[in-house]
Design a protein around this ligand. Structure first.
Ligand SMILES: Nc1nc2c(ncn2[C@@H]2O[C@H](COP(=O)(O)OP(=O)(O)OP(=O)(O)O)[C@@H](O)[C@H]2O)c(=O)[nH]1
Ligand SMILES: [Mg+2]
Length: 395
């Protein structure tokens, strides 16, 4: 199992540019709407401080890589077609991409902060990026509402069993969103509603769809194109607007990340993704050097290009996932060390981790050890981000 981060947003905001910068793919980018039609999936990385230095060791990663104590752990990233108002009714490219989004565990909403593209992704001026945030949330809510309504019909038809509770039918209809009947029941009760759809009016159903969406598709806002003065002007008014206080914003320049990674590949500069600094190592033509100095101003001011920051905030904060290293108290004979680092759901216990590694390991679970403290931990102990855990199993 590997987490999937989905990039969403209206056309022309820079989703594909972000995707290419994060995965070093080469999907088409363009200043016209619907450059992307079919979704692309690629491998991106999230940074985790490596545990190896604490053991005075160097790690030998099986997946991803480690550089100067920072582990780059692979995660899946999905770039989908742009979403326009009315998408849930089939506008734009229809609702195919909503289905593509189904598989994403957490969303990064890429917003063009320059205000220079309208809701359809066409060039304009002085567009308020807040409208994009509102429309995307509404669109996702409508999509959820459609599915919720189907679940209610299913319940009313009694077709799947007379004695079924409403939350059972809703959970089955919404199974793609990875929410179970009990969780749905909690949401219904939390909204002060009865467990009877006949008592719900339009507003109640909308509130329910919205709440389920918020719980099952955590979302972060990537304020993109922040390398431009227009976007920077929008930053403060929007991020400090009380109406948007509940959201997390990360300032991003997908362009800057791409330029730095390309420069690194071409050997003209040293850049580690996510860092706030880089070193130019070659003699560059004046224009190119000046461009890089502009990027330097940007990454210094904003603490990086924002691409890594957005992915990590989405996964570790919005979704609340944790990274865990399988480890051993005794050194491995073959000289390998901390070969893996896995991303697990929030609240995972030592036993969950054992099952995650392999069903057999889970079934034979005896106990676990926190490799740092060498203390034994029980099956129900909840793990923390960056724990190093040894599992003892009969299998
Ligand atoms: N200034 C600036 N422009 C950017 C940035 N990222 C993307 N762009 C530009 O925005 C335009 C749209 O980029 P795409 O990556 O194709 O956008 P998209 O969201 O994938 O668009 P669709 O596939 O049509 O939905 C292109 O002209 C990019 O060069 C950025 O960080 N800064
Ligand atoms: Mg695209």
């Amino acid at each position: 199992m590997s987490y999937k981060i989905g990039l969403v947003g209206k056309p022309s905001v820079g989703k594909s540019t972000f995707f290419n910068a994060a995965t070093m793919n080469d999907v088409p980018e363009g200043a016209y709407p619907f450059t992307t039609i079919d979704p692309s999936m690629g491998e991106a990385y999230v940074r985790v401080d490596c545990a190896a230095p604490e053991f005075d060791h160097t790690c030998t990663p099986n997946h991803g890589y480690c550089t100067e104590g920072v582990r780059f752990v692979p995660t899946k990233l999905v770039d989908v077609a742009g979403l326009v108002p009315g998408a849930h009714e089939g506008k734009g490219l229809g609702n195919q991409f909503l289905t593509d989004l189904n598989e994403a565990d957490v969303l990064v909403h890429v917003v063009d902060f320059t205000g220079e593209t309208d809701l359809e992704g066409e060039p304009t001026e002085n567009h308020d990026p807040r409208e994009d945030i509102d429309f995307l949330e509404d669109e996702l809510d409508m999509w959820y509402l459609d599915i919720l309504e189907k679940g209610i019909e299913r319940y009313r038809s009694g077709y799947h069993g007379e004695d079924k509770a409403i939350e059972d039918d809703l959970a089955e209809q919404m199974s793609a969103f990875k929410i179970n009947a009990d969780e749905i029941k909690q949401v219904v009760l939390a909204l002060d509603l009865e467990l009877d759809p006949d008592t719900w009016d339009d507003e109640d159903r909308e509130a329910l769809a919205r709440e389920i969406r918020i719980r099952t598709k955590p979302m972060l806002i990537a304020a993109n194109k922040m390398d431009t003065p227009e976007a920077q002007e929008n930053w403060e008014p929007i991020t400090e607007d009380p109406e948007y206080k509940h959201l997390t914003f990360v300032p991003v320049s997908a362009h800057a990340e791409k330029a730095l990674k390309n420069g690194n590949e071409q050997g003209v500069l040293d850049y580690r993704p996510g860092d706030e600094e880089f070193t130019v190592t070659a003699d560059l033509p004046e224009e190119k050097a000046a461009g890089l100095e502009q990027i330097r101003d940007f990454v210094t001011e904003f603490g990086g290009t924002g691409v890594q920051q957005a992915l990590e905030t989405a996964l570790f904060e919005e979704l609340g996932a944790i990274a865990v290293f399988p480890g051993a108290r005794k050194p491995q004979e073959d000289g390998t060390f901390l070969q893996d680092c896995f991303v697990l759901p929030d609240g995972s216990t030592a036993e969950d981790f054992a099952y995650f590694l392999h069903t057999d390991i889970g079934e034979g679970f005896l106990h676990a050890h926190d490799v740092r403290t060498e203390r034994q931990i029980g099956a129900d102990t909840e793990l923390d981000h960056r724990d190093v855990v040894e599992i003892t199993t009969t299998n």
